[in-house]
Design a protein around this ligand. Sequence first.
Ligand code: SAM
Length: 222
Amino acid sequence: MEDVIPKRYHRLKQVLNRRQPDLTVLTEDVHKPHNLSAIIRTCDAVGIFEVHSVNVKAELPTFSQVSQGSEKWIFLNTHPDTRTAISYLKNQKFRVYAAHFSSKSLDYRQIDYTKPSAIIFGAEKWGVTKEAAQLADEHIVIPMLGMVQSLNVSVAAAVILFEAQRQRLAANIYDNTRLESEIYDQVLFEWGYAEIARVCREQGISYPILGENGEIKEGFSK
Ligand code: SAM
């Protein structure tokens, strides 16, 4: 087995160094593959580490070519229902925002996304469910000044997430690695050596240690 080439290894590290464990998205019945894929691609660009999804009305999420393979770099955590997903996020100390039109909606630019933030996006037809709207801490909206009443869900996600990215860049939050070192090392190995990682998991053995340039140093006999 070839070692991962140093250039790729350092690129993987650069991406992981910017991943934001305290910024996430919950998609609620966003079932069209091209929409989910576009959201995942945006999440990758913004530096989101993990996306959450609930698919009560639809089947398990699938991806289209719109994702450009970005689903490989984002963890998708699927929850059985909205209540479970939101209580999981609240237990993780996220403030939960529903991208949702209501009488109490705030302009999305009024939110401080440098704090742990989870944003719920609703289904293409129905929007965010009543339950999600009730459980969310706040409702946020992108002002609509034209004839149509809403944006495509992936467009809405991009607008809000790039505002979050803007705020975090301004606060220098991307400058320091945010992931816990154990998770960082684990994901780095899985990204660099997907096949060996799979074998290790199947056999219940820990991942080998990597050298400075991503070469396998010890703990695994090739
Ligand atoms: N008829 C639906 C409704 O009334 O909510 C429209 C759903 S919209 C196509 C799909 C999702 O995109 C919404 O649930 C919301 O999360 C997000 N969205 C679309 N436009 C938005 C906007 N201007 N502000 C905030 N979120 C928006």
